[in-house]
Write a protein that binds this ligand. Structure first.
Ligand SMILES: NC(=O)c1ccc[n+]([C@@H]2O[C@H](COP(=O)([O-])OP(=O)(O)OC[C@H]3O[C@@H](n4cnc5c(N)ncnc54)[C@H](O)[C@@H]3O)[C@@H](O)[C@H]2O)c1
Length: 426
């Protein structure tokens, strides 16, 4: 099958390489010339474990090509997968500008009976809007479908090769059959559903996970007031099979390229259809305030940040990615800086670009980042951070150890004579 993936970001490159590995003839298309140049040379423009090898493998086999030309990419395509960004606009709604721009650009080149698939996360109504935009330009018969993406950055290749399910939202048997064929190599359940159900499923999955994080953070707040340990509470509730031990992350709140925007977008969507009181509006509000509530608490606990050097360990939004979109560090470092701190940071992959008035230096090792620190703030649970050697950073200057994701044993930290600060536990 000839497949074109529009948008060679995280989702697009992974999808293109994986579809190529299934034996399809795949073209990755982007308007970003620099990105396409890198990809043509077998280089992934971001860090994603396993992707570089898969990309080069498929290029060498002749299954995968990249271009900036809509004509070259669309004319022969049986399936066109739109995987461009859908950031949230200022009012929280999904900004569909990039999706609709794809519609305009692909329409003149569309071949008879091609299927235009939206993989980007979009609210109900978007596919219909996209189809209408294409129909304004061409009379060619084509089909539309929704194929939401559930991969996680950091394990995106594995997730795409071993998905929990494939969800196809469409109206025609022809489309269901063709998109089933596209995924036939996979050993995963394939669900056929209405277009709106597929779109809702994607937002619902992320909003549920984000709500679970927000829920346990709210419980952690209560534990901090009454001396309970949120870790013990999680263990106790987790034995209930309806609840489970998994996916409990008390911390600074959820961040990253998807959860914040998807919750905001579903909340905005709820308001747009007259459901102003929808829970997700509150989840979004709590999460946006959470990091500042905790930073204020950390500041009070340490006395002040003024003239202190704070070692911030972990800059990306989660381990195994260099993605900085809505990473906690992008709020922490400006806050610390505004309160008079100097920041020495470390991350195995991600880079933080300080703004003009921030005193921030990034070091290549944890030891160097902690060398002159008064406070260590362990933000992201990269394996090298949670397993770092305390003996190597020991210094009498360090007074506080802030464990933003409850990854360290408080007794162990206290044994090194640091004051331990965790989330929902003492
Ligand atoms: N990143 C994730 O983990 C993830 C997971 C599941 C779903 N999603 C969803 O997938 C979509 C893509 O996310 P992403 O993180 O890969 O985005 P991204 O920002 O990394 O990449 C988007 C790409 O689209 C390109 N683009 C923009 N307009 C274009 C146009 N008119 N023609 C061709 N290319 C164009 C950009 O240059 C960019 O390379 C979003 O809707 C997102 O919500 C993302």
């Amino acid at each position: 099958m000839n497949v074109t993936v529009i948008g060679t970001g995280f989702v697009g490159v992974v999808s293109a390489a994986v579809y190529a590995s299934f034996g399809h003839q795949v073209i990755g298309l982007d308007i970003d010339e620099n990105k396409i140049k890198l990809l043509e040379n077998g280089q992934v423009p971001f860090y994603e474990p396993g992707l570089q090898d898969l990309l080069v493998q498929q290029q060498t086999r002749g299954q995968l090509k990249f271009t900036t030309s809509y004509a070259d990419a669309i004319e022969e395509a049986d399936v066109i997968i739109i995987a461009v960004g859908t950031p949230s606009a200022a009012d929280g709604t999904a900004d569909l500008r990039f999706v609709l721009a794809c519609a305009q650009s692909l329409a003149p080149h569309l071949k008879e009976n091609a299927i235009v698939v939206i993989k980007s996360t979009v609210p109900p109504g978007t596919l219909e809007e996209t189809i209408a935009a294409i129909k304004e330009i061409t009379d060619v018969n084509f089909y539309g479908a929704s194929l939401p993406e559930f991969l996680r950055e950091g394990s995106a290749v594995y997730d795409t090769l071993h998905p929990d399910r494939i969800v196809i939202g469409a109206e025609d048997d022809f489309v269901f059959k063709k998109l089933e064929e596209l995924h036939k190599t996979l050993n995963a359940p394939i669900l056929h559903c209405k277009i709106a159900s597929a779109q809702m499923a994607k937002y619902t999955a992320n909003s549920y996970l984000a709500t679970r994080i927000t829920f346990i953070n709210e419980i952690a707040n209560l534990c901090e007031k009454n001396g309970a340990d949120v870790g013990e509470v999680i263990q106790a509730i987790g034995y209930d099979k309806r609840i489970g031990q998994h996916y409990w992350y008390p911390g600074l709140g959820y961040g990253g390229s998807c959860f914040p925007k998807d919750v905001r977008e579903l909340a905005a969507y709820s308001r747009s259809i007259g459901e102003e009181g929808n829970l997700l509006n509150r989840v979004n509000e709590i999460n946006e305030n959470r990091i500042f509530r905790l930073l204020k608490k950390f500041m009070e606990t340490t006395g002040s940040f003024e003239n202190k050097t704070i070692a911030v360990l972990g800059l990306s939004f989660k381990p195994n990615t260099d993605d900085m979109r809505e990473a906690p560090s992008t709020k922490i470092i400006p806050y610390l800086s505004n309160h008079g701190a100097k920041i020495s940071s470390y991350d195995p992959m991600a880079k933080y670009l300080p703004s003009q008035n921030e005193i921030q230096k990034q070091y290549p090792s944890i030891e160097e980042a902690c060398q002159n620190a008064d406070v260590i703030m362990a933000v992201i649970e990269w394996p090298e951070i949670i397993n770092f050697d305390f003996a190597k950073v020991k210094s009498d200057k360090i007074q506080f150890f802030i464990d933003c994701r409850n990854q360290f044993d408080p007794t162990r930290v206290k044994n090194w004579q640091y004051h331990y600060v965790g989330i929902g536990r003492r």
